[in-house]
Design a protein around this ligand. Sequence first.
Ligand SMILES: Nc1ncnc2c1ncn2[C@@H]1O[C@H](COP(=O)(O)OP(=O)(O)O)[C@@H](O)[C@H]1O
Ligand SMILES: [Mg+2]
Length: 596
Amino acid sequence: MARMRFDFDQTKKPELTLTFIRRILNYFKPHTLKLVFVILLILATSALGLVPSLLLQKIVDKALPQHDLTQLSILIGLSISATILLNLLQVAQGYLSTWIAKNITLEMKNNLYRHLTFLPQSFFTTVKEGEILTRLTSDVDGIQQVFQTTFINALSSIFILATTLFALFSMSPILAAVALVTVPLFILPTRKVGKKRWQIASASQTALSRLNQHTQETLNTSGSTLMKLFTKEDESFQTFDQINQEVTALQIKESLAGRWFRMAMSVLMAIGPMLIYLVGGFLLAKGQLTIGGIITFASLLGRLYNPVTQLSNIQVDLMRSFALFERIFEYLDITPEIKNSPTAKELVIQEGEITFENVDFRYEENEVLKNINLHISSGETLALVGLSGAGKSTLTHLLTRLYDPTHGVALIDGQDIKDVTFTSLRQNIGVVSQETFLFNGTIRDNLMYANEQATNEDLIAATKAAYIHDFIMTLPKGYDTVVGNRGIKLSGGEKQRIAIARIILKNPQILILDEATSALDAISEYYVQKAMDNLMQNRTSIVIAHRLSTIANADQIAVMEQGRIVEQGNHHQLVSQAGLYAKLYQTQFKDKEVAA
Ligand SMILES: Nc1ncnc2c1ncn2[C@@H]1O[C@H](COP(=O)(O)OP(=O)(O)O)[C@@H](O)[C@H]1O
Ligand SMILES: [Mg+2]
């Protein structure tokens, strides 16, 4: 199976296929009725926009010269009513389109988040820090803007243009042609400037995300510790400053781009009506047009120029929005590498027996496990021993299905773990590793995460068994103490024992203890070990440890070397074999025992 890459190229242009477009439209589908309404409203407002100009002709040609004040009042009344109605309809249109846009983004964010929660571990180890957040927030929000500006603007531009052209040509084809002559003068430079601005905008977007990434990397719990200890504050700041300058320069450039162009546009916009008056004057002299006609014409010019400039940028805007959609689809298209099989059943645990049969595994090209065969009977303990990098942790990842074997099967109570649901599998396995995952909440919150139904008694029983209750009680706020980001406010041993209490609350039949004590001092280790002994009672356990008593008491020991099991048996058997285990025993485990 081909492995995926998650470092996407951000600059490539989206490919517009039918499926891609259809996929975008799918998000709009549930809102079809509202969309139709929006389109009708846009149609109505663009037609209504013509009314005041057309009434102007009557005012100038009839009401004013004839001194007909009644007619004048009626015409002005109509004109004002049309303007009010138009603005009311625009409010309704704005409300509806905001509603649609917000609901589509809501749906997209939910979809994306839900999808991300199921992505393989390899995704999270590869993706750039901050990238997920960017896509989930600003990219999706970008799409909302796109809908509200690009889509709505384009539609209303088209309608305004169509209605205006119709009005112009029916009034005077010659003058309409004159008005159109100036249009290319707008289109060409607009497109050029639009393209340039887009390039600058993408460059500044990239720089901005680099700035965010640098901030995220340096200003978090571990990042800031690292920075302080290596006294890299100045260097970090210099990097920040440099990117920040880059961002600012690009942003200034972006807002300045097209300044000259805008100036030229203003001049053109002012010249347009003059041309109309000039040519209109000739037509007036020939009796082909009235004064009111000329004035109306001139006043309609704005309705010609504005939509044209809007539409000449449409291609860039569309590309931009497609790029956003593509960035989001890119994430949605990463298949959860391992999925619930459609026929997945609940894992039924009776004994908690674990079997690995001919298991191979590789990360990308790196072959890590080779032909692993193991059997752990109910309630027994298997100790995995081997040098760092031998593949011990990886083997346990296969059992929780953070990864799936590339070959072979893992079974629990005779059930292939690929055929059971993730929920039922992971609910039955408790993992305590060197790295404890506490989130920034209270101790109680962290414990209850394992079992929301746990009563206060359950909680205390668990913390007592984990030898952490007494410590918690010494804290001024007890169980309501906030532990800080990743539990930074607690010592390693304290965190570890809270993690163990959490597993006791979860009460799984199968346990994985991966070097849970290796980062601890002798005293903490002693308590954590006692906590783990309580935890391991009556559970099937896989233990990765360097402490002799843990290993020696295990029902069986598997010694791993470069992804293979090279020796297997109990402590006495293995010591007498005088192989790798015996060597490890002499050099590593023995003196540990003295410390404990
Ligand atoms: N997420 C990963 N991606 C790629 N390679 C990995 C990953 N995790 C571990 N490895 C590699 O797999 C090998 C076994 O690692 P691991 O199972 O953690 O060993 P152990 O727990 O025995 O120290 C090592 O060579 C390590 O570099
Ligand atoms: Mg390991």
